[in-house]
Design a binder for this molecule. Structure first.
Ligand code: ADP
Length: 279
């Protein structure tokens, strides 16, 4: 879509390259793995149910149906993710900002991720939320944000923190003001976007004590289909699209996102979002 035909008032997603090198063998292999595994579960268990339903107890039938349901969930996750990325890149995603209390939103998302009907691992994970003194009054935590999109962003960053760190270690989420200062520098690759710092900003930090990210990959992980640390994460599901989606969501909000990490020790994802200008 060219500049003239963008929907009014909607910021363009910056720096999208429409190259085709993402269709490399490694990525196609992970895509087929992500599609084939749930499909095999669905096909295998459906066949079993059809052949043996007379001999299976109702509990056994229920267990098979549960596996079929979770395979279908996984398939639709992959397909939805591909579709969402395509929609962002075509500037087709509606952006509806409203003043939102960032702390309430974070608490709400965490509560939803820890509901009883979620997979046990994430439901049992310790997630600690800290609101800094600077942002401890409700009106000071207001951001101008699209609730649905920000929920997607938080879900994904928390899910990654969970996927890439060992279970007993807690995930820390901090909500604070971002005060530009020499002691608080932006990573070099974001210097071109420094004008974002001209407005009052709220910062969300999602921190884990996990496998970490090599320094040379900290920028690349936000590009499409990039997965790093492959020897360590071979068994972990993923397509390398979630952080691209996060980057697009933050760009729509005129914010910034970056990661910092110590390999083998921890990763922190920083998200800066404009505060609601009245406060
Ligand atoms: P994926 O679906 O593979 O998780 P993402 O775009 O969310 O895709 O992440 C891209 C890659 O960045 C991951 O495959 C992983 O290598 C790395 N990564 C993301 N979050 C973390 C984290 N919290 N700790 C360590 N590595 C991470």
């Amino acid at each position: 879509m060219d500049e003239m035909h963008k929907p009014p008032g909607k910021p363009a997603i910056t720096q999208i390259s429409h190259d085709t090198d993402f269709l490399n063998a490694e990525w196609l292999a992970s895509l087929s793995h992500e599609l084939r595994n749930p499909l095999a579960t669905i096909k295998g268990y459906t066949t079993l149910l059809m052949r043996h339903h007379g001999q299976l107890s109702s509990e056994e039938q229920y267990e098979l149906l549960q596996s079929i349901a979770s395979g279908s969930e996984q398939l639709s996750y992959v397909i939805n993710m591909l579709q969402e990325i395509a929609e962002f890149e075509a500037n087709l995603v509606p952006f509806r900002p409203h003043p939102i209390d960032a702390s309430m939103l974070v608490h709400d998302v965490v509560m939803e991720m820890q509901r009883d009907d979620q997979p046990r691992a994430i439901a049992d994970r310790a997630i600690q939320i800290t609101v800094s003194e600077l942002a401890n009054e409700p009106e000071k935590r207001l951001i101008l944000a699209d609730q649905g999109l920000l929920r997607r962003l938080l879900f994904h960053l928390i899910e990654n923190a969970h996927k890439f760190s060992p279970d007993p270690s807690p995930i820390q989420i901090t909500i604070t003001y971002f005060l530009p200062a020499p002691s608080n520098p932006l990573p070099e690759h974001l210097h071109a976007d420094k004008e974002v710092l001209q407005q009052p900003l709220l910062e969300l930090r999602i921190q884990d004590s996990g496998i970490g990210i090599p320094e040379e990959d900290l920028e690349r992980i936000f590009e499409r289909f990039q997965r790093v640390n492959l020897t360590l994460i071979r068994e972990v599901n993923g397509l390398g699209l979630g952080l691209t989606l996060c980057k697009y969501i933050v760009a729509l909000h005129h914010g910034l996102i970056w990661a910092e990490s110590t390999l083998g020790a921890n990763s922190t994802f920083h998200v800066l979002l404009p505060r609601h200008s009245q406060y």
